[in-house]
Ligand binder design. Sequence first.
Ligand code: SAH
Length: 406
Amino acid sequence: MTATLTLHAGKSGSVRRRHPWIFAGSVASLKGRARSGDTVIVEDEHGTAVGRAAWSPASKIRARMWTFNPEETIDHAFFKRRIAQAVARRDGWAPLRGEQSEPGGERLIHGEADGLPGVIADRYGDLVVLQLTSAGADAWREAIVAGLVKASGCKYIYERSDSDVRKLEGLEPVSGWLTGKGLMELPPQAMPQIDEHGVRFGVDVVGGHKTGFYLDQRDNRLLLRALAKGRRILNCFCYTGGFSLQAMAGGAASIVSIDSSGPALEQARSNLAMNPQLDASSAEWRDADVFQALREYHKAGAQFDLIVLDPPKFAPSAAHADQAARAYKDINLFGFKLLAPGGLMMTYSCSGGIGLELFQKIVAGAAADAGRDARILRRLMASSDHPVGLAAPEGEYLKGLLVEVA
Ligand code: SAH
């Protein structure tokens, strides 16, 4: 018997507006037995069913909606259908990808926004990296893997369910190759390579950040490439050189890239070596702390024509917003100080806890304190294969601004 979750009076509005999360405070009762990850029927205070959700007793997000249709059964066929839809709809988004119609790397499933809460799948050629972050997704692992193989035709699946958010769901970290049913393990030396707008990148799916590559910045890297010609560029938080190599492809005069991760820089150098068409003599890699490096450049009177600031998540949640705001302010302040007249800044925040409005305020404050007159040329967000559910705008974690100083 499927258990039934009854919402408190007045708490069904958000689900009716198709928001997929049910917080603990909205749950009046659970009738019947449900283990973590089990499907429950969700009903309002009058007993009218509003959909079906995955039960997650350890999490503040006590249930995540699988469907807003109470008649829809959650079974293997459900996942096969949803995954096939997620993969198929991306074909229609090809014109949004810029010059590249066949992406080498692509997000196939973007959690809530694809109707699959807690499921992330990134494709690198014939390899898919799967990340399951919620109790419901974890419980349906087998069905999700089968659906992915069917819809994507991939030969390899590496699971990277090692994100901290699993702890909030009472789940242990899980990583490794998924094998059987036609799936194979990739030998360690055979790291996948992708082509991004004609530039090659190696992707360390086992040891790299996230699923190995920041696919969310793909479209923004193409924008940088379009702006790079003849400019002296500083790429802060460069990871494996995504922005740097695209800047070189765009004809940057010089490109200095900074990161504090040795392995990321090593990968960046080897990525550059994989692209003999790029002029490696224009590139400088620095293993350094960006906060310090920016100060040193300022002291030395250095100037750049274009600065990219793509820091890690300083505020994982709203509780860290104050501390994070100071960190964003600091790097943006020094960024503005280092810009040559007419210079451009591409500045980002990927913190869920910092909204667009607040981020823009921080950047404006930094420009003012640096004594720079600046204008926004474009708002930036994640690539279109990382869509944002209109009903759940908090899914828009990545926000950026392209700013020009006078
Ligand atoms: N722009 C990159 C992704 C950046 S991810 C891309 O397109 O691929 C953030 C990076 O910041 C990580 O590589 C991490 O190693 C680095 N990092 C974190 N804190 C840092 C610090 N204080 N100084 C320098 N690099 C830092």
